[in-house]
Structure formats: structure tokens, C-alpha cells
Design a binder for this molecule. Structure first.
Ligand code: SF4
Ligand code: SF4
Length: 117
């Protein structure tokens, strides 16, 4: 059991989840890493995640799911998040400046893009 950040976070990375995570287990891949093809989003280290769910309600894009509840379109994100354990040297704790909050329309458009609504 763990939580997974999905591609709904892609190109958002506002870092709201970082502020509440007690385990500091939300990471970003290094741009120079071998995984530079990874999407521009954050990832949860499943080994260090405490399963507290504190990050879920603060994510403005609704991007974080319990692993059993990850929608089919995002199943590949479970594996991508697990790369933080398999290749820990390629991930770092994010240094993020918070972005502007998305509007309701922005959030819905993002979900529509991924055929969630
Ligand atoms: S709060 Fe959500 S959208 Fe923002 S960085 Fe964290 S997972 Fe990504
Ligand atoms: S469930 Fe808790 S420990 Fe795991 S990433 Fe979210 S805030 Fe951090």
C-alpha cells in the first residue's frame, strides 16, 4: 500500500504536497538523470511513504491516488513512482517555488485531457 502521484501533476508541480508530507518522500527526478524522459511531475517513494494521505486533499489537481485506486490511464505511474526506490540517485528532494493556484476550469480541463471526466 502506498500513494502514487499521477500525470495530473504533470507540468504543475506547485509543491503543495511537499508542505504537508511528514516523510519528505515526495521527489523530483534530476533533469540530468538517465530518466530525463520522465514527465515533469513529482513522484512518491513507496518505501518511505507513511500512507498518511495528508497529501491527497491539498493537491489542487487531484493528482494523488491510493495505489489500488489509480485510474487505468495512470497505471504506468505506479511504476514511475517506484523508480524513486529503484534508482534513488536519480531523484532529489524538490526545490520548488509555488505557482499560482489553478482555476476550476483548469483542473477540469486537465482531467478531461486524461479522459477522467
Ligand atoms: S500538490 Fe499535486 S499537483 Fe502539486 S506538486 Fe504535489 S502532486 Fe503535483
Ligand atoms: S501519504 Fe503521507 S507520507 Fe505518503 S506521500 Fe502523502 S503525505 Fe507523504
Amino acid at each position: 500500500m502506498t500513494f502514487v502521484i499521477t500525470k495530473l501533476c504533470q507540468d504543475c508541480v506547485d509543491g503543495d504536497c511537499l508542505e504537508v508530507c511528514p516523510a519528505d518522500c515526495i521527489l523530483q527526478h534530476k533533469p540530468s538523470s538517465n530518466n530525463s524522459k520522465l514527465p515533469n511531475q513529482l513522484f512518491i517513494d513507496p518505501d518511505d511513504c507513511l500512507d498518511c494521505a495528508l497529501c491527497v486533499p491539498v493537491c489542487p489537481w487531484d493528482a494523488i491516488y491510493y495505489d489500488d485506486d489509480v485510474p487505468s490511464v495512470f497505471q504506468g505511474d505506479i511504476e514511475l513512482n517506484a523508480l524513486t526506490v529503484e534508482n534513488p540517485h536519480e531523484f532529489v528532494y524538490p526545490n520548488i517555488s509555488k505557482s499560482v493556484k489553478p482555476s476550476t476550469d483548469d483542473i477540469e480541463a486537465n482531467k478531461r485531457y486524461w479522459n477522467l471526466i
